[in-house]
Design a protein around this ligand. Structure first.
Ligand SMILES: [Zn+2]
Ligand SMILES: [Zn+2]
Length: 444
């Protein structure tokens, strides 16, 4: 299981158009950077594409094949740039699977290419009318070759697509399918989503992910249910006091949809690598402290993973009390929370400092001072505003708002609940967390 991500949707658009216009068979290559190469398989980001001209595609007795001169050119380009390769070709009929002829051609080539690419994973994919099957190969460390299927092939752009997702036919989604579309429902069922924080905000997000049909979910949190959580923790009952929040969340999600797979994990730590977050398709942050929020922002930037940050706040020094929040979408190539100056550096520094107080914070939530006021309708509103953007993005209605302001107080001119987008700036290329300057020096 592993991921191939097109973080520039134009790369995929060029490959798909090339293959879709083929009268016979056509070939294209994605050049990749390796984001991760863990036990489950590689996580690759496409950084460039090469389309093979029809003059370099030859018709053999049984099939089409790529001229050696073209193959050599692509291989040399990848080696020179230090990239991996994923080959795409089209079929005209049937489900996208490798034919016997494909297999016979791939087998001898894999050893050669893995050697040439110094062990960087190699991929191959078949495309049939918009449907894709993609597999990967890498050295297994014992002189052999390991082969696997990409868990997801995602395209991150105007629309968030999972182009290797299988159709979903469950009747439970029949009332929402007209709204979301079959492609979005399939993407939802295939994507892996990580929810960081299973408290007031996270519990709403988790329950609604289960309703929407997400079926591969990770939950990260350390907290136990306390009596004072019961005013807003929609996953917990009175009898759940002292149970882990992740466990009650998983139970609730499985009760909603037995098909959902939920992995429960400890919360974020200052120095943790969190390899479990390196192969997910979407991160939703439901934390109320800028320390772990900053760590999550870094992980999302490093792994090129779309990250939705949900924050809520109550200001009871204000009269009447101000309730509000905001939702920020951090996308590859866009500004991160650090670019947007959305993180309190003093709060981040406090979290990073190891102390007895830190241990106490870990056991009893991320908050550092007196418990902040919290109320169920604010959490639910912020989460549902964020999920509305996620669904709009998946269904192709529109790109998500990069920033949503939520204000429950309003003002004398406009009373009541207000949710509205805010214009945000561009990515800061010198940003210490997401900047391209940092990324290049980090890679070297
Ligand atoms: Zn084929
Ligand atoms: Zn940044």
């Amino acid at each position: 299981m592993s991921t191939l991500k097109f973080t520039d949707s134009d790369h995929w658009a060029r490959i798909e158009q090339h293959l879709a216009e083929a009268t016979g068979e056509r070939f294209a290559f994605a050049l990749t950077n390796t984001i991760d190469n863990g036990a489950e398989g590689p996580v690759l980001e496409v950084v460039d594409v090469v389309l093979i001209d029809d003059r370099d595609t030859e018709r053999g007795p049984n099939s089409w094949y790529l001229a050696d001169r073209a193959l050599d050119r692509v291989h040399n380009q990848a080696v020179a740039a230090g990239n991996g390769l994923v080959e795409f070709h089209n079929h005209h009929l049937g489900p996208p699977v490798f034919s016997h002829i494909d297999e016979a051609a791939l087998t001898p080539m894999i050893d050669y290419v893995l050697d040439l690419l110094h062990g960087t994973p190699y991929g191959a994919a078949v495309w049939v009318e918009g449907a894709v099957r993609a597999e990967w190969w890498r050295p297994d460390g014992n002189g052999g070759v390991q082969r696997g299927q990409f868990r997801t092939v995602t395209v991150i752009g105007e629309r968030l697509r999972v182009i290797n997702a299988s159709a979903v036919t469950d009747e439970r989604f029949s009332r929402q399918l007209p709204l979301l579309g079959a492609e979005a429902q399939a993407a939802i069922a295939t994507m892996r989503v990580a929810i960081v924080g299973a408290g007031g905000t996270g519990s709403h997000a988790l329950v609604n992910l289960a309703y929407l049909g997400f079926r591969d979910v990770l939950i990260l949190d350390d907290d136990l249910v306390e009596t004072s959580n019961l005013n807003r923790l929609v996953t917990a009952d009175h009898a759940d006091i002292d149970s882990p929040k992740v466990v009650v969340a998983r139970r609730r999600m499985r009760a909603i949809d037995p098909a959902v797979r939920v992995r429960v994990l400890p919360g974020l730590t200052v120095t943790g690598d969190h390899p479990e977050l390196r192969d997910v398709d979407l991160i939703i942050g439901c934390i109320d402290h800028d320390g772990p929020r900053h760590r999550l922002n870094q992980i999302a930037a490093d792994t090129r993973t779309p990250y939705v940050d949900i924050a809520t706040g109550v200001d009871d020094t204000h009269e009447p009390v101000a309730l509000g929040g905001r939702v920020v979408f951090v996308l590859p190539g866009g500004p991160c929370l650090t670019c947007l100056d959305e993180l309190d550096s003093a709060e981040v520094a406090r979290w990073a400092k190891p102390s007895d107080q830190q241990t106490l914070d870990r056991l009893h939530g991320y908050g550092t001072g007196a418990p902040n006021p919290s109320v169920v309708h604010l959490n639910g509103l912020a989460v549902n505003a964020a999920l509305a953007e996620v669904v709009a993005w998946l269904s192709g209605t529109r790109r998500p708002a990069q920033w949503l302001d939520i204000d429950l107080l309003g003002n004398s001119a406009q009373p009541g609940v207000q949710i509205g987008p805010r214009e945000v700036g561009k990515q800061n290329v010198g940003c210490i967390d997401c900047g391209t300057i940092h990324r290049i020096s980090h890679d070297e």
